[in-house]
Ligand binder design. Structure first.
Ligand SMILES: [Zn+2]
Length: 267
């Protein structure tokens, strides 16, 4: 449980980092330390997405050693150059065989700063279809691609919702995703001055639509640029979110925890 400072008062809450890549090389050398310090800060559980076929397969073994981690399976657009033509079929097979160990399909999505946009779109739609088939939520990566994601949702409608990871955008964009059954991942973006628009949007959204995340080791918080991000910093994202929300910190922490367990079907 965490004991942190917030506006001069002390808080003690439990958190889930709903999106962190604890299996990535950047964290491997100090993984035990990252998990221990996160636990010490109140971050009890972690959701670790899949990003390539090989790594998605390896996550099953990773979880066996780290039972505090929930795992997903997906082909991330960032690695579009590494995904082979057969990888989606193999991913489907993997998901079918390991359905009970998985909490989501993803990380998948569309990133217009990466190559092969048409192929990204086709892969993303295949992930949506898979999510519908196995009744698991989606973990969606977006970057300058809200319009393309909305177009994909029209062609293949997600039936089991999911999360828009590292949401950044307007209130209108957020409300569109909520109407599609999605929650918004609230991360380090809101700690930056340039994240003000996103923070203002998030301040006005229904409480049940928000979950906390770090994307560790990526997306370091404001003030920590250049260093690998760590799941313990979900508490600092929470502190920042408290400044934008009208609920008490206690109400907010309880709702964020509940939202995450509901989203991913965690016991
Ligand atoms: Zn990620």
């Amino acid at each position: 449980m965490a004991v942190g400072k917030l506006s001069g008062s002390t808080h003690k809450f439990a958190f889930i980092d709903s999106h962190c890549h604890l299996d990535f090389d950047e964290l491997a050398d100090d993984l035990a330390m990252h998990i221990k310090t996160a636990h010490g800060a109140g971050v009890e559980r972690f959701v670790v997405p899949g990003v390539t076929l090989k790594q998605s397969l390896e996550l099953v073994e990773f979880q066996a050693h780290h039972p505090e981690c929930e795992i997903a399976a997906g082909l991330h657009p960032y690695f579009i150059g590494e995904h082979c033509d057969d990888d989606m079929a193999a991913l489907v097979e993997h998901v079918m065989h390991n359905r009970t160990q998985l909490c989501a399909i993803g990380e998948c999505g569309i990133d217009t700063t990466c190559d092969a946009l048409e192929r990204q779109i086709a892969l993303f739609e295949a992930h949506i279809a898979l999510s519908n088939q196995v009744k698991l939520p989606l973990i969606v990566h977006h970057r300058k691609s809200h319009h393309l994601i909305a177009a994909a949702f029209k062609r293949v409608k997600p039936q089991y919702g999911g999360v828009i990871h590292a949401f950044s955008g307007s209130k209108q964009q957020a409300e569109y995703y909520i109407a599609q059954g999605f929650k918004l991942g609230v991360g380090g973006t809101i700690t930056y001055p340039r994240g003000e628009k996103t923070a203002q949007a998030i301040s006005q959204l229904p409480l049940e639509s928000l979950v906390l995340e770090t994307d560790a080791p990526s997306m370091p918080l404001h003030g920590y640029q250049g260093k690998p991000n760590s799941p313990k910093r979900v508490v600092q994202v929470f502190d920042r979110l408290c400044e934008y929300r009208s609920e008490t910190p206690s109400e907010l922490a309880a709702a964020l925890y509940r939202n995450t367990t509901q989203l991913f079907g965690l016991g």
